[in-house]
Design a protein around this ligand. Sequence first.
Ligand SMILES: [Zn+2]
Ligand SMILES: [Zn+2]
Length: 321
Amino acid sequence: MFQGPDTLSRMIVDIPSSADFQAAGINQIYLAWQIAMQALLDLERAIEYGADDDAETKTIYWKRSQPALANAYSLIQQGMELALKGRIAAVSPLLLIGNPGDWPGRAATSEVSFGEFRTLDAADLVKVHDSIAAPRFDENFKVFWEGVRRERNKIMHSATSKTFDPADVVHAILTAVEVLFSEKPWSLWLLEMEKEGRLAALGFNDDVQNDVMWQVEAALKHLSSADGRRYFGFDAKRRAYICPHCYYAANRDWQEDWPHLAQLTTKARGATQLSCTVCKTVTEVLRTPCDESDCKGNVIAEGICLTCSRKSTSTTRMRER
Ligand SMILES: [Zn+2]
Ligand SMILES: [Zn+2]
């Protein structure tokens, strides 16, 4: 008598779910992000501590950062590959084990772990996905994925002629996230993953908000203004303010300069809704001059001036969306 997929799944064991692939994928992307951010942070700190800030020094620095950045780029490919497999697994994980000619011989007679099967080649994943799942990927994504996949192969064969800069890595991460991990904006992924990171296990998670604010600010510096709008909803051409929600969620023991990453939601005079690029909170602000004579700020909330971060006697309540 014919037996359905239930029996099959008992013959092939340890079958990963779509969610398993997705979680593994976002972790690879996050590792790539951490590598790029570390390279940027090391350079910024070194310059703060007096290292040369000239073009030649930076060129040498980025040249020596190539192994790390190439590794980050490979991780983006791996993260994307896992996410694509996750989408196929959502239809059936068994579609991933491809050609029966490649199956382990003993699969027909005993339990075999899914991990022992050869899975589909990365080059076939989009074709398989688009044959079985909707919506299909658009042409832009296909070109992007092919580019990332080919570049990664070159890296693996030590044949890459590309010089990676952190902007490439940041841009590729954001493009991958936009299509494959679009459940939430990247900044919210970052907040979540920093909060659940290994340092948090040791109790060192006071600086999560500070770190993510810094990372988003650093990323924006390396994106065109069009990409800043596309990936973070941040308009570099408009005035920006400190988000009071991020400010109070951050560790304020050591930081003096606060990134200005929140913007008024409309260009109308006297606009009072301030939307944050990082935490996505919308705050109702008061449009009244800062108490400090040397500050021209006129956006106040939660008892601080959102331009200079100094205390203000004007108060508002926070409103979240
Ligand atoms: Zn915020
Ligand atoms: Zn002020």
